[in-house]
Write a protein that binds this ligand. Structure first.
Ligand SMILES: Nc1ncnc2c1ncn2[C@@H]1O[C@H](COP(=O)(O)OP(=O)(O)OP(=O)(O)O)[C@@H](O)[C@H]1O
Ligand SMILES: Nc1nc2c(c(=O)[nH]1)N=C(CO)CN2
Length: 187
């Protein structure tokens, strides 16, 4: 039983559908999901902008099991690993895991926790702050408020992260509201 913060991103194919597959995949354990953000590529590889979301999940899984489920969703999206930090249909990372309220810190290369690059990533922090305004992240400098980490990001990086909508969940798709009723919008 643990609570995890996950980050999902896509910049190849039907990115919104890939992000929806993550929300649907974690539906049973979902505590919160952020809006969808358009984010410039992080990491220096020239490529299209990403769509990103951050999720909070809570359930009968340990940290390795959350990672396993993230990998399963990446496989379903036919994710390939060609270029480090390069284009991908779907990337789902484990950002932080707390077990009975205690944050897990690990330098295991298979699952490093908290995610070692999360503190520098506007595409992780800004969506996370939206769904958990008092969130904190364990860093080598100690426990830091996510709000402060966002303030410390380069203003250009921060400003380039734009909210573009929400993932439609369950029966909520184009032309339907959250109860699955037709809204008369474009279907
Ligand atoms: N916190 C973590 N979340 C996800 N994968 C992790 C984590 N820590 C270690 N890994 C390992 O990293 C490996 C490579 O992951 P991946 O290809 O998604 O990296 P990346 O998304 O290109 O880069 P980054 O790790 O900087 O996000 C995975 O096989 C996984 O075992
Ligand atoms: N904006 C953004 N940039 C990235 C992303 C991502 O999800 N969003 N994922 C990467 C893979 O590690 C590399 N760079």
């Amino acid at each position: 039983m643990s609570r995890a913060v996950l980050s999902a991103g896509s910049n190849v194919g039907d990115s919104m559908a890939y992000l929806r597959s993550v929300v649907d995949g974690f539906a049973a354990d979902l505590v919160a999901v952020s809006s969808v953000y358009s984010t410039p590529p992080w990491g220096g590889v020239e490529q299209d902008d990403f769509l990103n979301i951050t999720l909070i999940v809570d359930g009968r899984h340990d940290a390795r099991q959350w990672l396993g489920r993230c990998a399963e969703l990446e496989r379903s999206a036919e994710r390939t690993r060609d270029i480090r930090w390069g284009p991908r249909t779907l990337d789902v990372d484990v950002i932080s895991v707390a077990d009975a309220g205690s944050v897990i810190v690990s330098d295991d290369p298979v699952l490093t926790l908290p995610h070692p690059r999360a503190a520098q990533r506007a595409f992780v922090l800004i969506p996370w702050l939206e769904i958990e305004p008092d969130a904190t992240l364990w860093t080598p400098e100690g426990e830091r408020a996510v709000a402060d980490l966002v303030d410390e990001l380069d203003a250009a990086d921060r400003d380039a992260v734009r909210c573009v909508g929400r993932v439609a969940v369950g029966r909520e798709t184009a032309g339907r509201d959250s109860a699955g009723r037709e809204t008369g919008g474009s279907a």
